[in-house]
Structure formats: C-alpha cells, structure tokens
Design a protein around this ligand. Structure first.
Ligand code: NDP
Ligand code: DXP
Ligand code: MN
Length: 381
C-alpha cells in the first residue's frame, strides 16, 4: 500500500488522482491532502477518503472544518502545503496544486526523501535547476505526471539516455488553433476555455490556447531530462493521441499513445515500476480514428512559445519572471480584466524589463515571483 500526500485535491488533476485511488483501494491511500477554497468539495473528499491531515488556503476555513471533523487535523496557507507535503505517514507526494505556490512544499518533501509525482509544472519552470539539484542531493525521485513528460519517460524506459537525439513534444494547438491572429483580438473567456481534447483546470486551458502550456512543457522537459533547448521540438498534433516522442541517434522514434485521459499518466507515476489495469479507461481504437495529423508550429502566431524558449535558453530568474507574469496575466484574463492577446504583451514586457540573476536561491525566486505579480497588477489598474 502506497501512502500519498495530495496537493490540490479539489482540482482537475487532484480529482482524477482520487479516481485512481478509488480504482485501486488495495494499492493506494491518501493520508494527507490540500485544497484551496472549495470547501463543499473538500467536505465530500474528507467523508469519502478519510485523510488524517487536511490543509486549506484560509485560516477561517480550517477553524470551521475542525469543528465539524473533530478526528482530523487541519492546517492552512503555504505552511499547510508544506505540512501536507511532509506528512510522516506518506511516502509519495502527488503535487497537483496550481502555480508556483507549489515550490516550497515540493522542496520540503524532497528534503524528507519522499517520491515526488509532479503535475505542478510551474514549480519546475520557476525553479527547475534548484528542484533537480535538491532531488539529486536527497535522492528523491521526481516522476512526471504531465501527459507529454510521462510519454517521454515511458519512451525512455530501458534505453540509454545518452543515445537520445531529440525530444518531440506534441501540442493540440488549443482552443484557437484554427483562428488567424487577427481573429484572436476579441475572443472571450468562454471560447478560450473550450479545449478541443482535454478537460482541465481553467489556467492550463488558457495556457494551452496561448501555447504557453507547451512553452512551460519545453522547459519542464529540459529540466526533467537534462536536454538542450536545441534538442526539444514541438509538433502540432490535433488529436492528442500521440502524447510525445523520443528520437534516438539511430533515427528510431519511440512514442507513447493513448486516448486523452490524465488518469493514465497519474496512475503510471503512482504505480511505477508496475503497470496496473485501468478498468474505467477508454481503449485506443486507431481504425476508428482513421487519421492522425501533424504540422509545424507558427512561432509568430503563438508568441508565448518563443518566449519560453528564450527564457529557457537564458536561464536564471527570467524563468520565474516569465512564469509569474503568465500566472498573473491569465488570472486577469479569466477575471475579464484584460484581452486574450494582452496576456502575451504583459509577459513580453515583464521579460524585457527583467534584471536577470543566474543560479538564484529560493528567497530570490520567491522575491522575483512576488515583484513580477505586483508589476503585472499595476499594469492592469
Ligand atoms: N488539468 C490537467 O489535465 C493537467 C494539469 N497539469 C498541471 O497540474 C496543475 C494543476 O492543474 P489543474 O488540476 O488543472 O488545476 P485546477 O485549477 O483544476 O486545480 C488547482 C488546485 O490547486 C488548488 N489551489 C489553487 N491555488 C491555490 C493556493 N494558492 N493555495 C492552495 N491551493 C491552491 C485548488 O483549490 P480550490 O479549487 O479548492 O480553490 C485546486 O485544488 C497545474 O500546474 C497544471 O499545469 C498538468 C497536466 C494536465
Ligand atoms: C493533459 C496535458 O498534459 C495538458 O498539458 C495537455 O498537454 C494540454 O494540451 P495542449 O497544451 O497540447 O493543448
Ligand atoms: Mn501536458
């Protein structure tokens, strides 16, 4: 039985992780979990999964819940995320919290030598170098949950990593893949949230529409697999059936395929090195699909992808600035405060005015993150 701490239990990945726990009650249990502000869903989760420790975002919610559930410990805020991530009974952390707020809890769990299954890509973007260095120092495995990175991993198992020549990340193209740049000027939040293949949280769905999601994933791949940016390609693949590919020096290409269902990579990260059955999943029927399509990315149409390559190649705190600017700008778009194309304008401005620091420590990263968010806010008002 693997005992899991789950960050972001009320979210899209969090809920699908709980589905996997339900599918395999003899394999997994959730000992501790965190949520944000969705208290009604939290109560349902507590009743069903009976965790021993729960963290909420706000102190008042922790107080109210502790009166209702007297046999459970409650904690809150960023310290609460750390408390859950380092919970003694858990050997695994599945980090599915949204945004760079997941950084400190990830580092804390690494220092406790937990196995880290990471969906929270913003942590790897804002502080990838630091996270990987700490993971190596403490011997904590970092296992990808993101579908592309899980596909890359599954396409590398048993291979000599030195013989890899290229990583090829597939991208659906997002909600506006068939629109011209001119048509993007006045798109609405509802239109942007209409992803063609995946049902996901709001922020990542907008990232997918700007292709910043793929940009974050290019950085995530460089960090996880220690690859040069010159050897990471992005390929538009509208069906999201091939989840990514690895090209080897002998020109062989290994890929992982499947119906778009995040429960499969979540389960793989939790069950590795075993493969467990997926009784609730839809099987891939290629004859029914008939055709798979591929095209190169237009970097003028999707400017965020270029920003991510630039930040990745530069390294240092510009990665934090880019990520924080994106988080703040996407939140503003979702709140109806800015237009869709202003997301990339704000990221570009934040990157242009950033004073880069190489090899930052955590305090520097947290400072840059906070200041960048403030700058974006001041541009909006
Ligand atoms: N959804 C997907 O299919 C995929 C997601 N990912 C990545 O996984 C991560 C989670 O994405 P997703 O599940 O879509 O996101 P959601 O928005 O659906 O869920 C986010 C979770 O984080 C919680 N949360 C948000 N902000 C805070 C905060 N400040 N403090 C504590 N908890 C907080 C939310 O709580 P509450 O709702 O209670 O307020 C919720 O539980 C992201 O990094 C995303 O890029 C990667 C691949 C696929
Ligand atoms: C499910 C998943 O991993 C998402 O990150 C997904 O990749 C989004 O799809 P696109 O960014 O390719 O639209
Ligand atoms: Mn992905």
């Amino acid at each position: 039985m693997k005992s899991i701490s789950l960050l972001g239990a009320t979210g899209s990945i969090g809920q699908q992780t709980l589905d996997i726990v339900k599918e395999h009650p003899e394999e997994f249990q959730v000992s501790a979990l965190s949520v944000g502000k969705n208290i009604e869903k939290t109560k349902e989760i507590i009743r069903e999964f009976k965790p021993k420790l729960v963290s909420v975002q706000l102190e008042e919610d922790a107080l109210a819940l502790s009166k209702e559930f007297t046999n459970i410990d409650f904690t809150f805020g960023n310290k609460g995320l750390v408390d859950v991530a380092t919970y003694t009974d858990s050997t695994y952390l599945l980090n599915a919290v949204l945004g760079s707020v997941g950084l400190e809890s990830t580092l804390a769990a690494i220092r406790q030598k937990k196995t880290i299954a990471i969906a929270n890509k913003e942590t790897l973007v804002t502080a990838g170098q630091l996270v990987m260095a700490e993971a190596e120092k403490y011997g904590a495995p970092i296992l990808p949950v993101d579908s592309e990175h899980s596909a890359l991993w599954q396409s590398m198992v048993g291979e000599n990593r030195k013989s890899i020549s290229k990583l090829i990340l597939t991208a659906s193209g997002g909600s506006f893949r068939d629109q011209t740049r001119d048509e993007l000027k006045d798109v609405t939040v509802v239109e942007a949230l209409n992803h063609p293949n995946w049902s996901m949280g709001a922020k990542i769905t907008i990232d997918s529409a700007t292709l910043m999601n793929k940009g974050l994933e290019v950085i995530e791949a460089a960090v996880l697999y220690d690859m040069s940016y010159d050897d990471i390609d992005v390929l538009i693949h509208r069906e999201s059936i091939i989840h990514s590919m690895v090209e080897y020096q002998d020109t062989s290409v290994m890929a992982q395929l499947g119906t778009p269902d995040m429960r499969t990579p979540i389960q793989y990260a939790l069950s590795y090195p075993e493969r467990l059955p997926r009784s609730t999943a839809q099987r891939l029927d290629l004859a029914k699909i008939g055709q798979l399509h591929f095209e190169n990315v237009d970097f003028n149409r999707f400017r965020c992808l270029g920003f991510a390559y630039e930040a990745g190649r530069t390294g240092g705190t510009i990665l934090t600035a880019m990520n924080a600017a994106n988080e703040a700008a996407v939140a503003a778009f979702l709140d109806g405060k800015i237009k869709f194309l202003e997301i990339e304008d704000m990221i570009e401005r934040m990157m242009q005015q950033h004073n880069n620091i190489q090899n930052p420590d955590v305090e520097t990263i947290l400072h840059v993150d906070k200041e960048t968010r403030k700058s974006v806010q001041s541009m909006i008002k």
